[in-house]
Design a protein around this ligand. Sequence first.
Ligand SMILES: [Zn+2]
Length: 351
Amino acid sequence: MRVGLIFDDIYLLHDTGWHVESPKRLSQTLQILEEKGVLGKLERITPRAASMEEITLVHQRDYVKRVEAFCKAGGGYLDPDTVASSKSFEVALFAAGGVIAGVDAIQAGKILRAFALVRPPGHHALPDRAMGFCLFNNVAVAARYAVRHLGHRRVLIVDWDYHHGNGTEAVFYEEPEVLYFSTHSALGYPGTGWPRSVGEGPGKGLNINVPLPNTTGDADMRFVFQEILEPVAEEYRPELVLVSAGQDGFRGDPIAGMRLTAAGYGVMARIVREIADRYAGGRLVGVLEGGYDLEGLGTCISAILEAWMAGEAPVAPPEGEVRPEVAAAVAEVKEGQREYWRCFRERSVIL
Ligand SMILES: [Zn+2]
């Protein structure tokens, strides 16, 4: 079964002027996918606008109305980093609706996996507030849609963006139906995402933050995924896997950047695909978040899609040693989650 690509020219109409989060991110990615022979192998999925009812699964109605009025009046700055233009409200509805369209296409059996090449991004957006280039929280809207409308009881969100998805964490912090797993820079915006933030009430243990140094490379990230994400997924058995796929950990990123390469993103993509195949009937949707090196972004997305289209052969592991500070970060996360996960009580902590 083929892999879907959710895209529409409407995503280019969120006009941000000089801003690094620009329409070029998508147009150049498409060009790179074409050059690499990936684009023609993808099943195109037409997005739709999310309805008011769908957006308010996550966002407060007053906030949605406020963004609409702000854009209708010509737009401007919604917060110090977040620009909106006159068309941005409509585009943002299509970004969230695009992810829903991907989830629906998978549910209908049309495709097995999909990548939503959408903007504006979403994972910083709070129920009542735009933040960090994000208007509506696309991945959170789709996750809640899957729970409320499709009856999924366990949705795994893997957020590998360089920045912590504070919005997504906030939405699901006290909820048992969604497990949020995030790797991010310990030093980066917005300053949230600490291992001690494990969730509250029925959501306890279902919020897993892995802050990492900016020196994190491919072998380090593979180690984090294998040591934390894989055993947790085995125990959790997700019914749907969503990825907040921000590629701003790429080593050339102009505003962020760890030491990750496109091959490293390919390995991460392979791991989440294996998790989806093993437990979730293959159901997997990637959702674009950050990534601001135009060439690097397209190359990383190409590597992700190639991993999702490839046969069963395992990819070669990344070379290089795991940094001691990364091993220490992993040990700290395991210790903080020990109470909630059998896998971290049974397995010896590596150090
Ligand atoms: Zn980011």
